[in-house]
Design a protein around this ligand. Structure first.
Ligand SMILES: Nc1ncnc2c1ncn2[C@@H]1O[C@H](COP(=O)(O)OP(=O)(O)OP(=O)(O)O)[C@@H](O)[C@H]1O
Ligand SMILES: [Mg+2]
Length: 298
């Protein structure tokens, strides 16, 4: 349900019983406005605007006045999905949250602290494959754990387990150049998740995967978020993926990215592959598609 239309009694995302989704009428104007009058929560993005200026002085406004809060839910993981068309500014938002890109205007706060640089509390899986070419798959995955000074035997146990989960157990001693694009991306995912950052930033991480592997990785992500209680900010332009993974979806406009709607996804009792063909899942997908693709009424 679009937030500002929500009746006061509607349960919050993730609470048992949250089942009503009524995304309201399509509009190309923002219907969502974050209320940021309270103390900053776990993550606050406030009036974020980013304009790129290239060497010739050409300006590209990528993000305009984006504000959202993500609360700390210590007893439950949360997956927040940004859904928007190609080139709208999704990666730019994630990079600003990661501390890789200074905002032109606005700010990013983690636990009330201004983000000015990258930090171990945030881990990012980039849209392009980013494994270290000179390290084996296992060494890539263990890299962050080694930096933390974890003993070899412990590292090995953890990397064995995550490599199995992402289907790369047989490739532990190979180098990234020997892997396909999708496999490299799975190395990057494993390398980020293994460090268990409180905020995981994932930029279309499953784009290069075949449907079956993609479903497996989506299930893995749901398991990780449940087990580790971390917050996952996940970017996609796949509506079905958004509904399957998300507790909350932010629908973004065409560039410059603005938040058009914030949608609570029902707390489906079980999220498994069968859910994807269930009528209640299809209904949410359809409402979301109608919202995105119906001709704008204003
Ligand atoms: N380093 C840069 N310098 C100049 N312009 C940039 C730069 N990075 C991105 N842009 C521009 O900013 C806009 C938003 O880019 P961004 O990568 O955030 O989009 P996106 O929503 O992630 O797209 P996609 O879904 O295709 O990955 C685009 O018009 C892009 O050309
Ligand atoms: Mg992108």
């Amino acid at each position: 349900m679009a937030d500002n239309d929500a009746p006061a009694t509607l349960p919050q995302a993730g609470e048992p019983g949250t089942f009503a989704v009524d995304v309201g009428q399509a509009t190309s104007k923002p219907t969502y406005r974050a209320d940021q009058s309270g103390a900053p929560p776990k993550l606050r993005v406030s009036n974020l605007s980013v304009t790129y200026i290239d060497r010739k002085g050409n300006r590209t406004e990528a993000v305009r006045d984006v504000s959202f809060d993500i609360l700390d839910k210590p007893d439950s993981g949360e997956i927040v999905v940004f859904l928007g068309p190609s080139g709208c500014g999704k990666s730019t938002i994630l990079k600003a949250v990661a501390g890789l890109l200074p905002p032109t205007k606005g700010e990013v706060l983690i636990d009330g602290e201004l983000v000015t640089d990258v930090g171990r509390d945030r881990g990012m899986v980039f849209q392009a494959y980013t494994s270290f070419g000179w390290l084996t798959v296992r060494e890539n995955v263990e890299y962050g754990l080694k930096l933390k000074g974890m003993p070899k035997s412990e590292r090995r146990k953890i990397s064995d387990s995550i490599l199995k989960s992402v289907g790369l157990a047989d490739f532990a001693d190979r180098y990234p150049k020997d892997l396909s694009g999708g496999m490299k991306q799975r190395v990057a995912i494993a390398r980020t998740l293994v460090n268990n950052p409180r905020v995981v930033l994932m930029d279309e991480p499953f784009g290069a995967l075949d449907p079956q592997t993609r479903w497996g990785m989506q299930s893995l992500l749901l398991e990780v978020s449940r087990a580790e209680n971390n917050t996952i900010l996940f970017v996609t332009h796949d509506v079905s993926e958004a509904v399957y993974l998300a507790d909350t979806i932010y629908v973004l406009s065409q560039r410059p990215a603005q938040i058009l709607h914030r949608i609570h996804v029902p707390a489906f009792p079980v999220r498994d592959i069968a859910l994807k063909s269930a009528p209640e899942f299809r209904a949410v997908e359809k409402q979301l598609l109608d919202l995105i693709y119906a001709p704008a009424n204003s």
